[in-house]
Design a protein around this ligand. Structure first.
Ligand code: AMP
Length: 273
């Protein structure tokens, strides 16, 4: 991979799209951006064991390598980098990247080892591929902020490109984990987006009490009997610190268990005051 990236660098910048595979339009939108902006467009496909906690869905994570290769090729991706876990981690791997503070709340609170695993594998992918640009989706908003922080703090020569959330026609954010949903659960899933939009409208009408917005968000999700709220929070869109009053840019973020699937979604609401 190092040699291919070095050779490719002669023809332009390297763009990297880190993924865990089982591609959908969200992944493909990142690939299109990388293809349009970079000389060498690399997609990594690695279901990273260190970002899954005990009892999470590492073993069950959906896979279809042949379909993924065909989809990436159809987007004009130059290299699909799909290493085995044993190639990525030495049996006595001992070094981890911990991005503090920004990973403390939201998904970091429910998934204690998650962002340590994400930051570690992304640092490794950056060192292996040496991309100039790396493409991340805003569906995983906290992940994008954590990697932006790591890039700044560890002086990686990489620009993170934030890509918008791609949704199904009924508003559900595309996710490989949507395949865990039964038809009935899938019909319940639009409650995330619907509740976020309603809470955002409350802010647009003048609500500035972050606690009130978070409670409204939580209640709206709980109207769906199949949904169990993991968190529903209103935080500062940059620091991800909890807000009491809504300021310039607030992130409304939710994680909801529906059946076997833990679904996440978010909305950034910008206000003039
Ligand atoms: P994953 O394979 O789920 O780890 O996702 C790989 C990349 O695709 C991450 O940067 C995600 O944020 C991004 N991604 C996943 N789903 C979506 C979506 N619905 N819209 C935009 N980006 C997404």
């Amino acid at each position: 991979m190092r040699a291919e990236a070095a050779a490719g660098r002669a023809g332009g910048i390297v763009g990297l799209v880190p993924t865990m595979g089982f591609f959908h339009e969200g992944h493909l939108s990142l690939m299109r951006a990388a293809r349009a902006e970079c000389g060498l467009a690399v997609v990594s496909l690695f279901v990273n064991p260190t970002q899954f906690g005990p009892g999470e869905d590492l073993a069950a994570y959906p896979k279809d390598f042949d379909r993924d290769c065909a989809l990436a090729a159809a987007e004009g991706i130059d290299i699909m980098f799909a290493p085995e876990p044993g190639e990525v981690y030495a049996s006595d791997h001992a070094t981890f990247v911990n991005v503090e503070r920004i990973t403390a709340g939201l998904c970091g609170a429910s998934r204690p080892v998650h962002f340590r695993g994400v930051a570690t594998v992304v640092a490794k992918l950056f060192n292996i591929c040496r991309p100039r640009r790396a493409y991340f989706g805003l569906k995983d908003y906290q992940q994008a902020r954590a990697i932006e922080t790591m890039i700044r703090d560890l002086n990686f020569d990489v620009d993170l490109v934030r890509c918008p959330i791609v949704r199904e026609p009924d508003g559900v954010a595309m996710s490989s984990r949507n395949t865990y949903l039964s038809p009935e659960e899938r019909r319940a899933a639009p409650v995330l987006r619907r509740s976020l939009v309603a809470a955002g409208q409350g802010i647009e009408r003048g609500e500035r009490d972050a606690g009130a917005v978070a409670r409204q968000l939580c209640h709206a999700i709980e109207t769906e009997p199949l949904a169990r709220v993991d968190y529903a929070e209103v935080v500062d869109a940059d620091s991800l610190a909890p807000l009491t009053r809504i300021g310039r840019a607030a992130l409304l973020a939710v994680a909801v268990q529906i059946g076997r699937a833990r679904l996440i979604d978010n909305l950034v609401v910008e206000t003039a005051s």
